[in-house]
Write a protein that binds this ligand. Structure first.
Ligand code: ADP
Ligand code: ZN
Length: 749
């Protein structure tokens, strides 16, 4: 009998694998430890989920090559959480655990080559030749390298032989060489995490006397923590109501009770300011640690292990930080809980907020979900009494909410006959702010210069070659760009379809709005904040600090602007178009629009100065825009809930979006038909199955895509149906990567 381990490996399969633990090795492999194992002809790092006695010989299982951790990287609770994520989201279990673990910096993959019998034979042939070509000389040199000592050689030095790289490729193809990848321990010392390293600057962190609403909310959360029981609070506070102060108080209580706290924010950019604030308030001892996916591997690994060893008691991070290895977890805060960025769009497609709820339940922690515009899901849970609703209905210090005015673009056009992005009204308002020496934010929720390039002659837009989508014009780069696959091409002078030379550009993006602002207000100091202008954290910080310090007058940008920032001299927020999201084929279109308008309106008037918001729109009568302008969440919820209930959408049904995809159209169509056959019987159990239909993005990154929307009155029915369908697909030989399930989708594109 030996120890058999269930190992999760980072491969796109929904199963785990069994390996035998070598006897009498230290450390011994146990649940939660990372191991190196042979997989096909590779070496992979996986994690042990469970172990049991068994007979390895009989079952023919392979051995674990190396145990990386002396102590488990994952606690039993985290293993359980990972299993939940995998089964709820129907995600490959090994990829879930890879997302939970720190980047592997202890070992690196090395390719090794060995010469086969056929290779020895071929070398003899080559050596017998009177004259050899350059290719043959390189091949001989590579094969000769194996002549002295038998066995395997590292590929890297052989590639450096002149002509070696292509020669190795040819030799592998003809079977003269064999390759495998093995894991080798790194000798270089790992980066040490130093919790005492001096912070760049300690912010002044004034402690505010809580107002009565804040105090009531904090008391409720404290009472939950004292009860040491899982409980979810939805903190619904209007923008500027001081939610952060409630989070801080709750975190202090968690630490005072010798427990730890986890704070999730929707954007990497927001981690820095919050971690500094926490550090200033809680002191060094709290070991406030930032975790997010953009940290360099070595740093992220060091921070992760510092948390694991208990040196850090407060973690601030984005989505993936929900897996931060804190123990004795007392509190999880999810700020802006409705944000789409909590949902990972790549496999595993989990929602960090929902994983946080499950984690808190497993560990007996208290959750605070904070938002000015809660998701319909969370608010409905609060109404049903599943969550406790805590409301902060007014801004701190009796500051009024900003005054919001809708600018009807149809009316503006009738009067000015101008199609410029900025209406007369918005231009005048900006000019006023510049004259008064206060600041303005201009939101344009589209990157690039123009939405697309169109041919006047045949009407076709220039399309991506990999995706069924028009390319966006980026003037700064002088190219057309695909926002889905990053394909780019020069701007054509003639139509690629009909060759006529009547090309023109349609629609304004952030780049163009910035250009118009500069032309209109040459004396103003202007910066742009979007993914094109801000490619590094450093640049992002520069712009925001510059704006906060009053070195800029106007900041134009995408929704990056709308989130979280607390600028005190902003007296105007302009929204260039409120309508962009409304046109998308997505049941969340109205909710997104409402959230964005409320968030952005929340950026004005946060200091002593009063703020105005101007929202340009072609549909001022749309309810999302009307209620957004009034910042009336409750009215919006009622109206939107009617629509969701009638159409069987979340939160009144469980929803999954299933995509069947392949580079070959016939394959994709065939598999979609097969899947339809498997899902059909589920309708008798109460599910609604819509599809297969061509997906809204019928082609993406060169793959053809069919879509199913599956709605279920109950969660368990949905999970069971999907599990059955995916298992049946695997049995039919449909490749696992061809059928993608997105449970609780955030978008349907
Ligand atoms: P929210 O996240 O709800 O939009 P913040 O937490 O960013 O609001 O708080 C808005 C501003 O109010 C911040 O500048 C904060 O320092 C300040 N603030 C918070 N609580 C109080 C209070 N009780 N009295 C005065 N100012 C406060
Ligand atoms: Zn593309």
């Amino acid at each position: 009998m030996t120890e058999l381990c269930e190992v999760a490996l980072p491969v796109p399969l929904r199963s785990t694998f069994t390996y035998a633990a070598r006897e009498n090795t230290t450390p011994a492999a146990g649940p939660g430890m990372r191991v190196v194992v042979p997989f096909r002809n590779r070496a992979l790092v996986g994690v042990v989920l469970a172990s049991a006695h068994g007979a390895a010989e009989r079952e023919g299982v392979r051995e674990i090559s190396e145990v990386l951790d002396a102590e488990p990287a994952l606690t039993p609770a985290m293993i359980e959480l990972g299993r939940w994520v995998a089964s709820y989201y129907l995600a490959p279990v090994g990829e879930v655990f890879r997302a939970m673990l720190p980047p592997v910096v202890e070992v690196r993959a090395v390719q090794e080559l060995s010469r086969t019998a056929a290779g020895t034979e071929y070398l003899r042939e080559l050596e017998a030749l009177e004259e050899r070509t350059g290719d043959e000389r390189a091949e001989a040199a590579v094969l000769q390298a194996f002549s002295g000592e038998p066995g395997t050689k590292r590929a890297a030095p052989l590639r450096r032989i002149s002509g070696g790289e292509p020669a190795i490729g040819r030799l592998l193809r003809r079977g003269a060489l064999e390759a495998r990848v093995v894991a080798r321990r790194r000798t270089r010392a790992a980066v040490e995490f130093d919790p005492d390293a001096p912070a760049e600057w300690a912010p002044d962190a004034p402690r505010h006397e809580l107002n009565s609403e804040q105090q009531r909310a904090l008391d409720a959360v404290r009472a939950d923590m004292a009860a040491k029981e899982f409980r979810v609070n939805l903190l619904h506070g209007v923008t500027g109501s001081g939610k952060t102060e409630v989070y801080l108080g709750a975190i202090e209580s968690a630490l005072a009770a010798r427990r730890t706290a986890l704070v999730l924010v929707p954007e990497i950019a927001l981690t820095l300011a919050l971690s500094r604030l926490l550090e200033a308030r809680l002191g060094r001892e709290a070991g406030v640690t930032v975790l997010h996916s953009a940290l360099p591997d070595a740093e992220r690994s060091a921070a992760w292990w510092a948390v694991r060893r208990g040196a850090a008691r407060v973690v601030v991070g984005t989505r993936s930080a929900v897996f931060a290895p804190l123990e004795r977890l007392g509190l999880i805060v999810v700020d802006e809980e409705q944000e789409a960025s909590y949902k990972q769009e790549e496999t595993p497609k989990y929602n960090g907020r929902d994983a946080a709820l499950v984690r808190a339940k497993l560990e007996g922690a208290v959750v605070v979900l904070g938002s000015a515009t809660p998701s319909l899901e969370s608010y409905q849970n609060a109404r049903r009494g599943k969550y406790r609703l805590l409301e902060l209905p007014t801004r701190v210090a009796q500051r009024p909410l900003a005054r919001v005015e809708l600018v009807d673009l149809r009316e503006d056009f009738r009067q000015t006959h101008s199609t410029r992005a900025l209406s007369e009204r918005l231009r005048a308002a900006i000019a006023e702010r510049l004259a008064a020496g206060t600041q303005a934010l201009i939101l344009i929720n589209r990157r690039g210069y123009s939405w697309f390039q169109l041919c006047r002659s045949c009407g076709a837009a220039v399309q991506c070659k990999n995706c069924s989508i028009s390319l966006t014009y980026h003037k700064g780069r002088g190219r057309l760009l695909c926002h889905y696959c990053a394909y780019s091409r020069p701007v054509p002078q003639a139509c690629p379809k009909c060759s006529e030379r009547y090309m023109y550009f349609v629609g304004e993006g952030a780049e163009q709005v910035e250009e118009q602002l500069r032309a209109e207000f040459p004396q103003a100091r202007i910066a742009r904040l979007d993914r094109d202008s801000v490619r590094t954290q450093q640049k992002y910080r520069e712009i925001l600090t510059g704006f906060a310090a009053g070195e800029l007058d106007l900041l134009v940008g995408t929704q990056m602007l709308a989130k979280g920032h607390d600028f005190h001299r902003v007296t105007l927020v302009g929204v260039v178009s409120a309508d962009l999201a409304l046109g998308l084929p997505d049941f969340r279109a109205a909710e997104r629009t409402f959230q964005l308008l409320t968030q952005v309106a929340g950026r004005a008037g946060r200091g002593e100065l009063h703020g105005d918001v101007l929202i340009q729109t072609h549909y001022p009568e749309h309810y999302a825009i009307q209620y957004g302008a009034r910042q009336d969440y409750h009215a919006f919820f009622e109206r939107e809930a009617q629509f969701r209930r009638a159409m069987h959408y979340p939160p009144f049904a469980a929803l999954a979006n299933v995509i069947v995809r392949d580079r070959n159209l016939e394959n994709a169509a065939k598999w979609a038909r097969q899947l339809a056959g498997m899902l059909g019987p589920e309708e008798e159990r109460g599910l609604k199955v819509l599809g297969p239909a061509a997906a809204p993005l019928a082609r993406l990154r060169g793959e053809h895509r069919f879509q199913f929307l599956i709605k279920s009155p109950r969660r368990t029915l949905l999970t069971q149906a999907l599990t059955r369908a995916l298992d049946a697909c695997a049995e039919k030989g449909i490749p696992e990567g061809a059928v993608l399930a997105d449970v609780d989708p955030i978008g349907l594109m």
